[in-house]
Design a protein around this ligand. Structure first.
Ligand code: HEC
Ligand code: HEC
Length: 405
């Protein structure tokens, strides 16, 4: 080989390598820009405030349920990404954590527990799978109607679990009594819960009274809700991840992570719904996740947002789940019907892969057709993804894992 030939070959190889390096730099840059344009912020970790510390105690207090059986924390545990690790939450009287709760439960909620990451952020304005607490219009729309207990939607959301039957409230004589005696069931129940706390957790109520500059007798449920909400905001703010280090400190990502990120913001069109700093538009859409359990409407049916708005256009719509720590919040979907991240992604573009139609009950199959029909445009917009692309997406999503406690 002549000297010139060798020179030409080595120059070509050099140029190809350089082009490869440049391309890889471009891919990193494109992904960084996509993340920053979607509002990714550097994280700030602060210790809990005095109010947050107190809220933590209430969050763990079983006396927050009238029959003293269940605390918030039992269904919102850090080791399950602040969910409970089971498909649909096990309500009153279930014991332990994770699968133990299923075995000891006698009643279940219709929905999969939600994580709490980022829920205290100022722009987080739509709560629950069906958006039944919604402040996206500027004022809080909820079952409290025109007089919500607070104009902070998280504080309003915190009001719901303690008065949801099965969740934290047994439909026992206490409720019966309030139904008979008090036209305003809800305010009667909140008064009873605070009374319960005054008896069983006198120190917490005394501390709350001091912080709120009130007498012990004047403490109301909204004060308790405020402290729990401070705890949620401070404890479940987003902590630093490899994704932050990649964007703000020039950290490295692996090839599958970069590729997954580019699919997320590109071909997969995940960003059309999982956008913004919470990886959710906080809007409601129909995606045909299979249904598990009784459903909010009974008989294995869950009409999603329709339950809130009664608008047929909202049938089978659920709020886009935020994705922080999603690697630790399995199972997935509004009824926890899907066990893995891989299946959760498949549900968006090939839902029939996840079910055996011939083995479904007739009504169940009929419901699933309707959920698929309601998802029409979304199914049309999401591309087919190869298994390798799904795996890359999962590598990217695992970058959102929150550090262990
Ligand atoms: C029996 C299990 C259980 C208990 C106890 C429980 N939760 Fe939940 N939590 C859930 C489930 C299930 C959901 C989703 C319900 C839905 O959207 O229909 C949820 C949703 C939430 C949400 C909404 C999150 C979001 O993304 O919109 C907040 C906030 C919350 N819970 C806070 C609390 C607080 C505070 C307590 C205690 C007062 C509590 N939870 C007690 C199971 C539970
Ligand atoms: C049209 C809006 C939309 C698009 C596009 C979309 N999603 Fe979703 N995603 C949703 C909704 C809504 C749910 C919840 C559906 C349900 O529970 O019934 C969901 C659920 C999920 C879940 C389960 C999360 C949990 O906590 O249960 C994951 C993971 C997920 N999506 C990832 C993706 C990925 C990856 C893409 C891109 C390939 C994508 N999504 C595209 C709206 C969307």
């Amino acid at each position: 080989m002549s000297k010139y030939m060798k020179f030409a070959i080595s120059t070509t190889i050099g140029l190809v390598l350089l082009a490869g390096q440049a391309l890889s730099d471009v891919r990193h840059e494109v992904l960084r820009n996509a993340l920053v344009n979607n509002g990714l912020q550097p994280t700030v970790d602060k210790p809990l405030s005095e109010l947050g510390e107190l809220g933590k105690e209430f969050f763990q207090a079983e006396a927050l349920s009238l029959n003293g059986e269940i605390s918030c924390q039992q269904c919102h545990l850090r080791e399950f990404g602040s969910g409970d690790g089971i498909p649909v939450s096990a309500g009153l009287s279930s014991q332990g954590k994770g699968r133990e709760r299923v075995e000891s439960a006698y009643r279940f909620l219709p929905r999969n527990s939600l994580a709490l990451w980022g829920r205290g952020a100022e722009d987080f304005n739509t709560f629950f799978w069906d958006g039944r607490v919604d402040a996206s219009s500027g004022s809080v729309v909820s079952q409290f109607g025109g007089s919500p207990p607070s104009d902070d939607p998280l504080i309003v959301a915190v009001h719901l679990p303690p008065v949801e039957t099965v969740e934290m409230l047994d439909f026992d004589e206490v409720v019966q009594r309030y139904l008979q005696e008090d036209a305003d069931l809800a305010s009667g129940l909140y008064a009873a819960i605070v009374e319960n706390l005054r008896v069983k957790e006198p120190n917490l109520i005394a501390e709350l009274a001091t912080i709120s500059s009130k007498s012990v007798d004047a403490v109301e449920f909204v004060d308790v809700a405020q402290s729990i909400s401070a705890f949620i905001e401070e404890e479940f703010n987003i902590h630093e991840t490899d994704l932050h280090r990649f964007v703000f400190q020039g950290g490295e990502l692996s090839e599958p992570e970069i590729n997954g990120g580019l699919i997320f913001y590109g071909k997969g069109r995940c960003v059309s719904c999982h956008n913004g700093p919470h990886f959710s538009d906080l809007n409601l859409h129909a995606i045909p996740f299979p249904q598990l359990g009784q459903g909010r409407n009974g008989f294995g049916i869950d009409y999603g947002q329709f339950n809130v708005t009664h608008d047929p256009a909202d049938l089978y719509k659920f709020r886009t789940p935020p994705l922080w720590d999603v690697g630790n919040t399995a199972p997935y979907g509004h009824s926890g019907s899907v066990a893995t991240l891989e299946e959760a992604i498949v549900a968006h573009f090939d839902p029939l892969r996840l079910v055996a139609p011939s083995q479904m009950a007739k009504l169940e199959r009929h419901e699933f057709y309707k959920a698929i029909a309601a998802s029409g445009e979304n199914l049309l917009s999401i591309s087919y993804l190869e298994d390798s692309e799904i795996n890359d997406l999962i590598s990217f999503l695992r970058l959102l894992d929150q550090p262990a406690e």
